[in-house]
Ligand binder design. Structure first.
Ligand code: FEO
Ligand code: CA
Ligand code: CA
Length: 636
């Protein structure tokens, strides 16, 4: 598509991930010969581990899957799920298994403060109160118990201007007020919630309620703080920025803070002067003169012709303290700058903090941060995420892998540069290009972690934006991978801080009703659990893996029999996967957390088509739902 078409958004039908790729396609020919050569040689060398379309007939022999799927524990696993799986859906509502129910907890536009009033479907709400309501496009979330209050912190990834500015032609912002409305509808909500006789509700006007958005003051900490690239006219110190952007997945620390993850931040910046010269590294991050929402026309902070350094102040993990509503969020640059998906925190046996981090772009990398100091309950945690080492994953074909440190010695870049131009640093050490790393989830009862590799139509076709080859093989074994897979790794010595690991694939999504061989998926895919594009993931306390999807819901062709996006649950031991929930057409399922008593599961339904959830003649509203068992038993 030409840039003008894609810049002037029609992305209500897309997830933001899909939209960002459509807007910024990777180069067709960069180093293409090298890609093909590498892919071919790996196929020759590795046989069954490399599965291109021409080799599909060889079938599936991915490490670990054979023993996984032939497990005799599959029958025993049935009891673990405790529900009758649901079939696919193609309608405009939510379905859960018999014996379960769901209700709406929060919709875009629901008031957090009573001065916001009710939602107006003709205007999508007014600009003045856009930061007094639950924001748009719910995404990652976490549940906190603060004193005797229950609190959910939840992301608002992006906006759908046609819905949010329904009176504007094409949803195009026409004033500073329109832009401010969009800016306020994104970011994060912190809200107190309570369960009463008629279910879960937002506690309106709670002192813990808070909106954080594109205008909220932030502190920048870690290696990049104060670096010249982070300095602007408004902030010559390079340590104070405004706003957090495209907040996708989330994370939670054991010291009670929320981690929000800045993903496709590039799209917010544009230039009023098309001729402006952009730094070379902007290409790797997809930052260009055309923006998604036209912020630059009404807010000079987003105009690259005036503020070239502003994009260096986005793309980080941001730490928020829900218990301290007036605290300043902190951008933790030690965790790198890229299109952050989520932040899965694990404490290593020696107390060091390990944070797993995916960079969701075709052919980008999987990272982990390991703190220098150890976490001590009750101790000072203010610099734990500032001092440490960032590593990037290399997956070897033999099922081993290593975490390669990104340091001045290994990359030839300074520590601040590594924190700011992290993708370039990771390319220098030869990390494995991945099929779009989305959420990472660590099993609380076994030393293993999983990453959803959602899909990658460019696998084996073209390199990433840095020119790194994307050969077919290893954890990315299918050319033009349209279904996705979940890779898992077992850290050496059962220590997530260790430099080594072994890996296998937990599942390769596919469609055995349409294809034979690799595109049929792994053996734990069957007609009863078809899905594509795994994305959100979280483990429950019993060690079951909940998997949410953000893929095609066309229910046709390659996707026939998959229906709408959905949430499934997988048993890591048997490999068995069953469908638990189906979402309204047009939506993706993203974001998952549990109440403290584990009797309620909160699930995010993002960008549903109208009329979900309010019925005919209304706007589609992204919503958080609360799912319960009718006998009020625990569900996780
Ligand atoms: Fe916002 Fe990669 O999902
Ligand atoms: Ca996602
Ligand atoms: Ca996605």
């Amino acid at each position: 598509m030409d840039r003008k078409d894609t810049d002037r958004i029609d992305f209500e039908d897309f997830s933001f991930d899909a939209f960002d790729e459509a807007r910024d396609p990777r180069p067709q020919t960069t180093d293409f010969d090298r890609v093909v050569e590498t892919a071919i040689s790996r196929r020759g060398l590795l046989g069954v581990l490399a599965i291109g379309s021409g080799a599909a007939a060889m079938g599936l022999g991915v490490t670990g899957l054979g023993s996984l799927m032939s497990s005799t524990s599959a029958e025993a696993a049935t009891a673990r799920f405790g529900f009758k799986p649901v079939g696919i859906a193609t309608d405009a509502t939510v379905h859960v298994p018999e014996g379960y129910s769901w209700q709406i907890l929060a919709r875009w536009g629901d008031k957090l403060f009573s001065d916001a009033g009710g939602f107006d479907h003709t205007t999508g709400g007014d600009a003045a109160t856009a930061d007094r309501v639950f924001g748009e496009n719910t995404d990652g979330m976490e549940f906190f118990v603060i004193g005797d209050r229950n609190v959910i912190a939840v992301n608002h990834e992006y906006v759908n201007p046609k819905l949010n500015l329904p009176k504007n032609e094409g949803g195009i912002p026409a004033s500073a007020e329109d832009v401010a409305k969009l800016q306020k509808l994104q970011g994060v909500t912190v809200m107190e919630v309570a369960e009463g006789d008629d279910g879960w509700k937002i506690v309106v006007d709670s002192p813990l309620n808070r909106r954080i958005n594109h205008l909220t003051p932030m502190t920048i900490s870690g290696p990049a703080a104060g670096h010249d690239l982070l300095k602007t006219e408004a902030d010559p110190s390079g340590t104070k920025s405004l706003g957090t952007y495209n907040n996708c997945g989330a994370g939670k620390t054991p010291w009670g803070t929320y981690l929000t993850c800045e993903e496709n931040f590039n799209g917010y910046f544009g230039s009023t002067d098309e001729a402006v010269s952009l730094p070379e590294d902007f290409k790797r991050y997809g930052i260009k003169t055309g923006s998604v929402y036209s912020y630059e026309k009404f807010d000079p902070r987003f105009d690259l012709a005036k503020n070239l350094n502003e994009p260096y102040r986005a793309g980080y993990i941001v730490e928020i303290a829900p218990a301290a509503p007036s605290s300043t969020p902190v951008k933790r640059t030690a965790l790198g700058r890229f299109k952050h998906e989520n932040a899965e925190v694990v404490i290593a046996p020696d107390g060091r903090v390990v944070v797993y981090l995916g960079d969701d772009e075709r052919g980008e990398f999987l990272y982990k941060f390991v703190s220098s100091a150890s976490y001590v309950p009750g101790g000072d945690t203010s610099t734990l995420l500032d001092e440490g080492t960032l590593f990037v994953a290399k997956f070897n074909e033999d099922g081993s892998g290593e975490w390669m440190a990104l340091t001045p010695e290994t990359t030839g870049m300074s520590a601040p540069e590594i924190a700011i131009r992290t993708r370039l640093a990771a390319s220098k050490v030869g990390a494995t290009t991945m099929d779009r790393p989305e959420w990472v989830a660590a099993n609380p009862i076994a030393a293993e972690a999983y990453c959803a590799l959602t899909n990658n139509k460019n696998r084996g076709v073209k390199p990433n934006a840095g020119g790194d080859a994307t050969p077919v093989g290893g954890p990315n074994p299918r050319e033009k991978n349209n279904y996705g897979q979940i890779v898992r790794w077992y850290p050496e010595g059962q220590d997530h801080a260790a430099p080594g690991f072994t890996w296998d694939l937990y599942v390769m999504a596919g469609n055995p009703t349409v294809h034979d061989g690799a595109y049929a998926g792994s053996d734990n895919i069957n007609e009863g659990n078809l899905f594509n594009s795994p994305d959100g993931m979280a483990f429950d306390t019993t060690g079951l893996l909940w998997i949410q999807t953000d893929g095609s819901d066309s229910n046709k062709g390659d996707y026939a029999g998959m229906g709408n996006n959905q949430m499934l649950v997988g048993d890591p031991v048997s490999g068995r996967i069953e469908r638990f929930l189906t979402a309204p057409i047009g939506s993706e399922v993203t974001g998952l957390c549990w109440s403290a008593d584990l009797r309620t599961m909160f699930v995010g339904i993002q960008h549903p088509d109208a009329p979900f959830p309010d019925g005919e003649g209304t706007l589609g509203r992204s919503s958080v739902i609360a799912v319960k068992r009718s006998d009020n038993a625990v569900i996780g």
